[in-house]
Design a protein around this ligand. Structure first.
Ligand code: SF4
Length: 206
């Protein structure tokens, strides 16, 4: 199950989308679906499309700072074949999606929107029968993923670098979101991303 074009389950986000269609007529301005095979062993869950990133390009994590950084790491660790800022990412060996599929004001979806969109994240995860590792970027994506997995949030608290055993097959790893703000404030270091991707590679035996 995927959200329809112009999904209006969240009225605040639907209103913002209509405004952006006027302000930014060349932008994609719609819900952004996940990319990469549903048969992947690795799922990366971000927060929501950024105004000038996925909301502009229509591709998850594409076109802004956080996407460029994430895709560089996917290439560095051979999870994708190629990426440059001018070239599209190709042949990714993972699935990438967001907890909330539409652009929220100030990058902050509210609890209603997070809950409404969770049905789509849950459906996406349930289709991933080979799933072994989930990387959640930031607390909202972590909480949304735990809810989508039908687990209790009090037993699975977000902590940077923490590994959570979801079941015999799936391990969930927490990392701060690779946003420009987190990098500039050094909340997330580039070396942290190296450590996270080394761990993922080790766990997946890529
Ligand atoms: S955030 Fe999700 S549920 Fe809300 S309008 Fe967009 S696609 Fe629909």
């Amino acid at each position: 199950m995927e959200p329809k074009i112009n999904c209006n389950l969240c009225s605040r986000l639907a209103v913002l989308r209509e405004k952006n269609k006027i302000l930014y007529p060349n932008f994609y301005n719609d819900r952004v679906l996940g990319i990469g095979s549903l048969y992947s062993k690795l799922l990366i869950v971000g927060l929501a499309p950024g105004l000038r990133g996925a909301n502009r390009t229509g591709k998850v994590f594409n076109g802004d700072f956080s996407g460029n950084l994430l895709f560089k790491f996917l290439k560095k660790y051979n999870i994708s074949e190629s990426y440059s800022e001018f070239e599209k990412i190709s042949n990714i060996n993972c699935r990438i999606t967001n907890a909330v599929k539409c652009l929220p004001p100030n990058n902050k979806p509210n609890s209603f929107e997070i809950k409404k969109c969770n049905v789509f994240l849950s459906s996406e995860i349930n289709k991933m029968k080979n799933l072994k590792i989930i990387l959640t970027l930031g607390q909202i994506s972590h909480n949304s993923t735990i809810i989508a997995l039908n687990k209790n949030l009090s037993e699975y608290k977000f902590k940077h670098f923490k590994k959570h055993k979801i079941n015999d097959q799936i391990t969930l790893i927490n990392c701060y979101h690779c946003s420009k703000y987190n990098i500039n404030t050094k909340r997330l270091k580039i070396s942290d991303l190296d450590d996270i991707f080394k761990l993922i590679k080790k766990l997946l035996h890529f």
